[in-house]
Structure formats: C-alpha cells, structure tokens
Design a protein around this ligand. Structure first.
Ligand SMILES: [Zn+2]
Length: 263
C-alpha cells in the first residue's frame, strides 16, 4: 500500500465560506510568523483558531508538516473535541493528544478565538524558574498580574487536569506551563500572535538579564500596576491590527522555497 505524504495540496478556497477562508489565511500566516520569529519546535505544537460563524469548529495543523509548509488549504477543520470534520486527502492526520490543552480552553473560554502553545528555549527556561516571569522590562510589565501558571503534571492530560488548566489560565490571555512552555490566547489570531511575541521577548530578556548577573532593578509597584493596565489589549488600542498588516507584508516579501501561506 502506498503512503501519501505529499506536501502538494489543492486549494479549498472555493469550498469554504469567506469567513473560514479568511481564518485559514490568517492562521497559516500565524504559523509562518511563529516559525519566522524562532518559536517553532520541529513539527510539534499547535496553533488553533475558531472558525467565525461556525458551531464551535476549529482549524488546526496537519501533524508532520513544518510550520513553513502550512498553508490556508492544508489546515484541518475539527470540532471542539478534536474530531476531524474536513481534512486534505493525505495520510497526515492531527495530533489529538497535543490538541487536549487547546480543546480544554476553547471549550471553557468562548471569548477565545485563537490559542498558541510553544516550547521555546527562553519560554522553557522561564517556566522552570520558581519566580516565573518577572516585570523587569517594559515588555514583561504587561503580564504583571495578568498571567496564569499551571504546574506540570506529566505529558498525558486527563479530565481533571483540563479543569486545572482552565482554572490556572483564569481570565488571562497568557499562561506559563511550568517545566514545559508558554501559552497565549486572544479574541483573534492577530491578537494571540501579538501576545505570544511579547511573552517570548519578555522571557528572552529575563534569561539574558539573569545570565548577565548583578542586581536586577524593578520599578515601584504603582508604576508596574499602571503600566500593566495601560498595555492590556483594548485599554488604549487593540493589539495585532496595525502590526498584522506589517507582518503579512513581511511574509509576502520573504524568499520562497515553500508554498505561499495564503494558498
Ligand atoms: Zn507542549
């Protein structure tokens, strides 16, 4: 029996609603950007997005593709339990156990349109430090009092841990999975990406500061609190709107070698 692991996928543009196609293009762009900014981990991890106007249907990557190979047409449509509703004609499937963290949050937080989970070097480093993410830079201050922590319980996630994941995320849009990695979510794909970019950068800066040694200076508590508030999405402006167009221009100008994300 021959196996079909081809990475050539026909366009599904004519077969899906305009809203789903737009979600597919933006989600594929998000995978490319997470990779572009050094946040991918071989073929692992997921970014999931709700399809607007659907009955809790989501889009997820085919398990086995590089983030660089993900396109609007090769994303898989699933229900919130992780059952496949539509996928390309391929022997690639989805990583159902990897979806469990996403599924728990998508179910519990209808305000969440997109979830990004990463295993970056800086994210894993900060996830292993007792004090977690410190508000030592303007970039990390946005997370002070606005980030959850979830203790590591092993790779297999049972029903009980799903409840604890949701509890530990609370109302926030970012969570550090201790001894594991990072997670962000947002009302939109664009906003979830923006938050992950900021969280990753905050972790990298903290790793650098700790490695440099010496005393770390913190601003006064009232400055931290006010800054965290001012940088919440929507306090002054939504995130990921102005930035996203710039990000798409960046992707469009990148040299080829992989299929364009918006096909
Ligand atoms: Zn993980």
């Amino acid at each position: 029996m021959s196996e079909n692991y081809s990475t050539q996928f026909p366009s599904v543009r004519g077969q899906v609603s305009d809203a789903e196609w737009a979600a597919r293009v933006n989600l594929a762009a998000c995978y490319r950007l997470v990779d572009r900014y050094g946040m991918s981990d071989l073929i692992y991890n997921h970014i999931t997005a709700r399809i607007p106007g659907s009955d809790d249907h989501l889009l997820i990557n085919l398990y086995g593709l590089l983030y660089k190979e993900i396109t609007a047409s090769n994303l898989v449509r699933i229900d919130v339990e992780g059952n496949i509703l539509a996928k390309p004609d391929t022997d690639y499937g989805i990583n159902k156990s990897g979806y469990v963290i996403h599924g728990a949050i998508h179910k519990a937080r209808p305000d969440v349109g997109c979830i990004i989970h990463t295993h970056t070097r800086a994210g894993m480093a900060i996830s292993s430090i007792g004090g977690g993410l410190l508000p030592i830079t303007q970039t990390s201050m946005r997370f002070a009092g606005h980030i959850g922590y979830h203790d590591y319980e092993g790779p297999a996630i049972d029903l009980g841990e799903r409840e604890r994941l949701v509890r530990d995320l609370g109302p926030h849009d970012a969570m550090i999975l201790r001894n594991h990695g990072l997670l962000t979510c947002g009302a939109t794909i664009q906003q979830a990406f923006n938050t992950m970019y900021q969280l990753e950068l905050a972790c990298r800066a903290q790793v650098d500061a700790l490695a440099a040694g010496g005393d770390i200076t913190l601003p006064p508590a009232e400055v931290l609190e006010r800054t965290a508030h001012l940088y919440q999405p929507g306090t002054r402006r939504p995130y990921g709107v102005l930035e996203w167009h710039a990000m798409l221009r960046l992707l469009a100008a990148e040299p080829g070698g992989y299929p364009p994300y918006d096909q």
